[in-house]
Design a protein around this ligand. Structure first.
Ligand SMILES: [Zn+2]
Length: 70
């Protein structure tokens, strides 16, 4: 899964958003018609909404994991 900067004139895929997409979410092995296109503001909103649900692994946990404590 990668995020590419959208250079074409495609519309944002979020709801009824009328903006032109700035980013495309491009899963591995999927053609551009299967990309999820996001404008700048929807991408930011999505990012912060996901950020509330997905907690990044803290460095402390990763170190503990290396030592075999988790
Ligand atoms: Zn949008």
């Amino acid at each position: 899964m990668k995020i590419i900067i959208q250079s074409g004139k495609v519309r944002c895929d979020i709801g009824k958003c009328p903006n032109v997409a700035r980013y495309s979410v491009a899963p591995e092995g999927v053609s551009p018609s299967g990309y999820v296109n996001l404008c700048e503001s929807c991408a930011e909103e999505l990012y912060s909404a996901l950020g509330r649900l997905l907690v990044p692994k803290s460095p402390k946990n990763m170190l503990a994991k290396k030592r075999g404590e988790i």
